[in-house]
Design a protein around this ligand. Structure first.
Ligand code: OOG
Ligand code: NI
Length: 453
């Protein structure tokens, strides 16, 4: 093959193409992008320290291009082919999310780049859910849904060919990559025409709106795209003036000096005219917009504390509007240390350790305690950004866009093995990725400072 392009280049082209298509399909998403860019710019202007940190941590480049999207598929074949499609772009399944507990009959993973340089280049991720037909109670409906799904092919012949070509050649040329992007895009496009009649749609919808969304259309339309903001509270506040109706509360942890994990909010899904088989008109709500603000990745110990505090806050926040909700969350999260030093010393968050200039000039030193080395100015510690998702928040996003409160838990619980069997691969444990990155950075620092080098 002559001059292949990198997987990262293909991912970058694809994420731009997706964003352009979605702006075209959902004009409110374009308005949201403008608002986010405006607030990001103001935030950087008002906080030069933040701007410096982002630049130093290689995060400034990605800020403008960063986004995630979400899709839902119906069968193991669809999921495993998607795995191969995303691999062409250097995106791999990371994490397993069970949403059945929150009353959403799916389980999910996120396809995303894994390596540092890949994330810095373009961290595009796609939250991908597989419908769990086995959770549908009515046998008749379950069989009906399976039958409908078995009849569709969500990939174009061109996409299938180019995926195989990429696997055979170990990559694509620039021209092939462009064709791949436009063929792949077809899988995620919105279709106004349902593949079923209105009665079938309504029967599936009655079982769960999500089932109708997955089963009744030609493909897994991208249901939202999510730019990254540096100040989610401000974007939420300004949404109404920009003509966008936000979901009631921001999901995730409260505002803090040292942001942790992920905060998210979205705008309500649009009601879209839909044509059903038999020429009947109806509508379907599927697509929305979302924003996210990312903070530091937590260790298992930090995550346990987060989960505990979130659970503790749930009763107290139930039914509250966003401002009051955030206030209560803030109070409960007083118990979560809010300085990088404490997060490190208590082993709550992951950091990337580097030698400072003084550290590089220091030669060999006897000290091996990282905290002391940091105090001495020889080593610096940067928070590692959380690149993944949160099941409770994801359930909140699903729910607000499915409308109503169908949040009765399903009896069938997490089933990672079944998901991996459908995927045709294991999912990478996200915590192991952060731990490996932190450990690697410590070893690199120590190799230079101590005799080990
Ligand atoms: C996915 C919702 C979850 C997130 O950011 O947590 C999600 C969906 O609605 O398909 O995108
Ligand atoms: Ni999302």
């Amino acid at each position: 093959m002559t001059s292949p392009v990198s997987h990262h280049e293909i991912r970058d082209r694809f994420s731009r193409a997706m964003s352009a298509m979605y702006q075209d399909e959902v004009p409110q998403y374009g308005a949201l992008l403008e608002l986010v860019a405006e607030v990001n710019q103001e935030t950087l202007h008002n906080d030069p320290g933040l701007a410096e940190r982002l630049a130093a941590h290689d995060e400034m480049n990605r800020l403008g291009v960063e986004r995630h999207g979400a899709i839902r598929v119906g069968t193991p074949e669809e999921l495993s082919m998607l795995r191969r499609l995303f691999a062409v772009m250097g995106m791999f399944p990371v994490g397993y999310y069970d949403l059945s507990e929150a009353g959403v009959p799916v389980h999910s993973t996120a396809f995303r780049p894994v390596e540092d340089e890949a994330l810095a280049r373009n961290p595009f991720r796609v939250f991908t859910s597989l419908l769990r037909l086995e959770l549908i109670e009515s046998v008749e409906l379950r069989e009906r849904a399976a039958e409908i799904l078995a009849r569709r092919d969500i990939f174009t012949p061109g996409a299938r060919e180019l995926i195989e070509l990429s696997e055979r050649q170990g990559g694509l040329t620039s021209e092939q990559a462009d064709r791949f992007v436009s063929e792949a895009l077809e899988t995620f496009r919105w279709h106004q025409d349902a593949t079923v009649d209105l009665d079938t749609y309504e029967a599936l919808h009655g079982e769960h709106r999500l089932i109708a969304d997955v089963v009744c259309f030609r493909g897994p339309h991208i249901n939202h795209l999510t730019p990254r903001t540096l100040d989610i509270d401000e974007v939420q506040r300004r949404m109404p003036a920009a003509g966008i109706t936000p979901k009631e509360v921001i999901e995730g942890p409260p505002r803090r000096d040292c942001p942790i994990l992920l905060r998210q909010t979205s705008f309500k899904a649009l009601e879209e005219p839909t044509r059903f088989v038999g020429e009947r008109q109806g509508s379907h709500t599927a697509r929305f917009g979302e924003i996210e603000q990312r903070g530091v990745a937590l260790t298992p110990k930090g995550r346990a504390l987060y989960d505990r505090l979130l659970t503790e806050s749930r009763q107290r926040t139930a039914g509250l509007a966003n401002q009051a909700h955030q206030q209560v969350l803030g109070e409960v999260f007083q118990a979560f240390p809010d300085s990088h030093g404490e997060l490190r010393r208590q082993g709550l968050a992951f950091f990337d350790y580097r030698l400072t200039e003084a550290g590089r000039e220091a030669g060999l030193v006897a000290e091996t305690d990282l905290e002391v080395l940091i105090e001495q100015g020889l080593v610096s510690a940067r928070p590692i950004t959380y690149e993944d998702f949160l099941p409770v928040s994801a359930a909140g996003i699903f729910q607000s866009n499915l409308g109503g409160d169908q949040n009765q838990a399903y009896a069938g619980n997490a089933n990672r093995e079944a998901f991996e069997a459908s995927l045709g691969a294991t999912v990478t444990d996200e915590l192991a990725l952060y731990a490996r990155r932190e450990q690697g950075s410590i070893e690199a620092v120590m190799a230079v400072l101590s005799d080990a080098g």
